[in-house]
Design a protein. Structure first.
Length: 211
């Protein structure tokens, strides 16, 4: 099994990716520990977060974590994040050069798609996990609709995913979900309320497996 296939399998087993955006370096380390305490070991560090590459590098050295880079817009950003230790690379958009670069370096690409045409284009170029973004405005039914003609494809809804709709997304056929500020919340981090983040992590894990 390739490195990318291993990461894909882990994401499918965990079912929840916590998206860390806008969290400062020191707080990020404590946040990651709070997420781990809640059962979440798969993380996306967005590249528009301060010290993103440093956080990816540090998180990648922690045992039991699977760490990806998010908001990767160019091949150069993909290169930087992979060199820092990212095991998967997520984008809000579809860039075939980013997919090609990731596959060449045995890193799982997760391009952002929305329409059926974008989805199939990404899949046909080797992307096995497809980020449906923004998913919240279309809802779980859209995931189910896509899987009609594209049965068996692995879809990752991101954007607007909450505790309340996570199980609905999973029942609609999502492979996993990406959760942003509902979980790794900058305000909670700033207040040092790690207990609430841990409790939310537990709730998301419970809902994701409640299918």
């Amino acid at each position: 099994m390739s490195k990318a296939d291993t990461v894909l399998k882990i994401i499918g087993e965990t079912k929840v990716i916590s998206i860390i955006r806008g969290i400062e370096g020191n707080d990020a380390e404590t946040l990651i520990k709070a997420l781990q305490d809640g059962g979440i070991n798969t993380l996306e560090i967005t590249m528009n977060t301060p010290s993103a590459l440093s956080i990816i590098e540090k998180a990648s050295s922690i045992g039991g974590l699977t760490v990806g880079a998010g908001t990767v817009l160019t091949q150069e950003m993909a290169k930087q994040s992979i060199e820092a230790g990212a095991q998967f690379v997520l984008s809000p958009s579809l860039d075939l050069k980013v997919i090609e670069y990731c596959l060449k370096h045995q890193v799982l690409p997760v391009p952002g798609v929305l329409t059926p045409t974008e989805l199939y284009t990404a899949f046909s170029h080797g992307a096995e996990l497809l980020k449906i973004f923004p998913a919240g405005s279309l809802g779980p039914q859209y995931i189910k609709d896509l899987l009609g003609p594209f049965k068996g494809m692995k879809l990752l809804p991101v954007g607007g995913v909450s505790v309340e709709n996570t199980s609905a997304f999973m029942r609609s056929g999502a492979y996993a979900v990406g959760v942003g500020s509902f979980l790794a919340n900058p305000e909670l981090a700033k207040a040092g309320d790690w207990k609430t983040i841990t409790e939310r992590a537990k709730q998301f894990i419970k809902e994701a497996h409640n299918v």
